[in-house]
Ligand binder design. Structure first.
Ligand SMILES: [Zn+2]
Ligand SMILES: [Zn+2]
Length: 257
């Protein structure tokens, strides 16, 4: 399996997941034009995508879904409540398949488990995606790591996990009070410290790579996020585990396992 972050952060999120010649996007939160360019930079062909999995309805995850689906005839997969929330903005799509939160399904040779996450919109999910024995978890918008989330993020080889903000930068930063409360609330986003705690609880000998994602450009730096996560991953890093960041502006890094 292979994963390449095409973009991650509050201005747009998308991940390219590939395995055995099949490719899907998880979220498409940039313009179709930008996404097309980035899919090609990652070495894939937008025409060959089997589907776009949608985690939730916020625009930084769905901005390019409609155009991309129509232009390249790509099926869209979402749960019903997410689709109802985005339908008007996204418009007609090439085709639509509903999944049910909590129910595992097979798609393009991947085994996909969409699981419920606490976040402030209709029925948001994270994804656990596997192919053969290769297992990947993606959780980019979650206010709290519940027991369910922790159990589904354990036992993976590769994990994409939100590390949204540094609590001090958020507190002292320019966001209005209401937005600060939303971001740090239990339906908002994980701070670097929250993420470090999650990592401490889910790290296993099998884990090979952690990609930190959805980093705020206003309230975080990659250095702070990486340092904080590294404090929970001493043994993992000693045994040559990979810890890296997805960026808002650049494609990569690609992790293959
Ligand atoms: Zn969101
Ligand atoms: Zn988001």
């Amino acid at each position: 399996m292979r994963i390449t972050p095409l973009a991650s952060g509050s201005s747009g999120n998308s991940f390219l997941v590939e395995g055995n010649g099949c490719a899907v996007l998880v979220d498409a939160g940039l313009s179709a034009k930008q996404l097309t360019k980035r899919i090609e930079t990652a070495g894939a062909d937008p025409e060959s995508l089997s589907g776009i999995l949608v985690s939730h309805g916020h625009s930084d995850h769905v901005k390019g879904v409609g155009v991309l689906s129509r232009r390249f005839r790509i099926p869209v997969l979402a749960n019903r409540r997410t689709w109802e929330a985005i339908q008007q903005g996204v418009g007609k799509v090439h085709s639509l398949e509903f999944f049910e939160t909590g129910r595992v399904f097979e798609f393009a040779g991947f085994r996909v488990h969409p699981f419920s996450v606490p976040h402030d919109c209709a029925d948001p999910v994270g994804f656990r995606i596997s192919r053969g024995t290769a297992r990947l978890g993606i959780a980019t918008d979650l206010g709290t790591a519940t027991g369910l989330v922790l159990s589904l993020l354990t036992d993976l080889q590769v994990l994409v996990l939100e590390s949204n903000h540094d609590p001090r930068m958020l507190r002292d930063g320019p966001y209005p009070w209401e937005l600060k409360q939303r971001v740090k609330g239990r339906l908002g986003h994980l701070s670097n410290n929250d993420t470090a705690q999650v990592l401490q609880r889910i790290v296993t000998d099998e884990l090979q790579a952690v990609i930190l994602a959805h980093m705020s450009q206003t309230n975080n730096t990659s250095e702070l996020a990486l340092n904080c996560a590294a404090s929970s991953l001493t043994e993992f890093l000693d045994s040559k585990g990979t810890l890296c960041c997805a960026s808002q502006d650049e494609v990569g890094p690609t992790i293959e396992w």
